[in-house]
Ligand binder design. Sequence first.
Ligand code: CMC
Length: 474
Amino acid sequence: MGKPLPASSHNTLTVRDNRTGKSIEIAIEDNSIPATSFKTLSAPRGKEDREENETEKGLRVSDKGFLNTAVMRSRITYIDGEAGVLRYRGYPIEQLALHSSHLETAYLLIYGCLPTSSQLKIWESEVMHHSVVHADAEQFFRSFRYDAHPMAILTSAFAYLGSYYSEANPSLQGQALYTKGTPDSLAVMDKQIYRLIGKATTLAAMAYRVRQGRSFVTPPTGLSYTGSFLYQMDHLGEENYKPNPVLEKALDVLFLLHADHELNASATTVLQTGSSLVDPYSAIAAGCASLYGPLHGGANEAVIRMLISIGSPANVPAFIEAVKKREKVLSGFGHRVYKTSDPRSFIVRRTADEVFQVTGKDELLETAMALHEAAMKDEYFIKRRLAPNVDFWSGLIYRAMGFPLDFFPVLFAVPRVVGWLAHWRQMMLQPGGVKIWRPRQIYVGESSREYVPVEKRVAEQGPKETPSQISHSG
Ligand code: CMC
């Protein structure tokens, strides 16, 4: 090992390409360097690179899974994964969970500051007054089968919703619809934000009711965001029906905790999709699809399925051994950014106890607690710094509140619409405009070859892929 170089006052990085001897000096800004700097480094021609053309285009930066690649400069959410810190616009998540509401936090995330009381009133009224959907939407929901996964319905519903608003579509109104930053352009943007947040609960409740064989409920007036949501889900024609206030508040806290989490897979998908300047409804539908997977927002559903399969605390040790042998996955544990407990998990755990006071304890709680305890003191998890994330406890609350298991990811997606919109708005208005997100690949396939007519082809040697043969049964 060579001696470390003396510290320099230059805020730069010097890189030497040992293939050619060429050195470049790259400016460091905000503790980051632009990946395009490496484009000026090329392999000498004729080396063993597979594609000669590739060598002319400069050195690529490879980062499968975006482990260390920043794609935005953001002012929205800060996470310190080592210390277990999460802040929205600088405010600690613990303070917001204690004092704020989901809609107030939504304003904060999207517009950057806490609203005054009059701003909050207008904001809440705009969002809540945009909760009603067109009567035609009923037919759309009824076109799904009774056993359709509600995330399939919700994802489709966001794209469907966009078809109502031609004035919100840059393909029809001009590409700069959202990027101009003029008062008119901002007003169009705000309207879509009201609509998407306001109608998210309505679409989710409709996805629920259609599967229960219930008629749809018009969003009520005078209730909170989560109060209105619970009303739309549960109202069966009782007079003066009101959701339970403890459950309404608990759901509001859960919504606030799920409102944003910087550039997770779904927020990144929204930005990737939005970078083509498509309308926000299509971008949110894409985010919804990304969130649905079991490694992301589908983990809350996966946790409960896992706990049911474990069955009782007595079976926890065998399950832990199976995880260590990679036969099973411990859903609700681990995170790309947190290397300690997710700070949201403590708040969710406390909220669970408040909910259980109303609903009674969930029978899976003891298994969950035994699993948590066993994992936290097991060398496998300690070494890899795996701790509970937000999804470990949230499913138990949703179950106790009576939501069906496959509805859990919907309860993650609905509040996350806020974070998706905050990131989308920030990108649309960023200095320098929007750049389409078009990553590069490292081509490792065949080099140029001649087409062979079918009658002259022979089956190629070696492990080539061929399609499976499937019967024509459907
Ligand atoms: N159970 C067992 N082993 C795990 C787990 C887990 N839940 N998570 C990570 N590991 C292991 C992984 O196998 C790897 O081991 P090794 O180094 O020996 O190969 C090591 O820990 C590092 O994990 P990784 O896969 O490189 O981590 P990642 O950052 O790529 O993945 C994750 C993060 C959340 C996808 C992953 O931890 C996971 O699959 N967790 C379970 C699903 C889950 O709970 N997802 C919800 C995430 S929080 C809510 C949200 O924002 O979506």
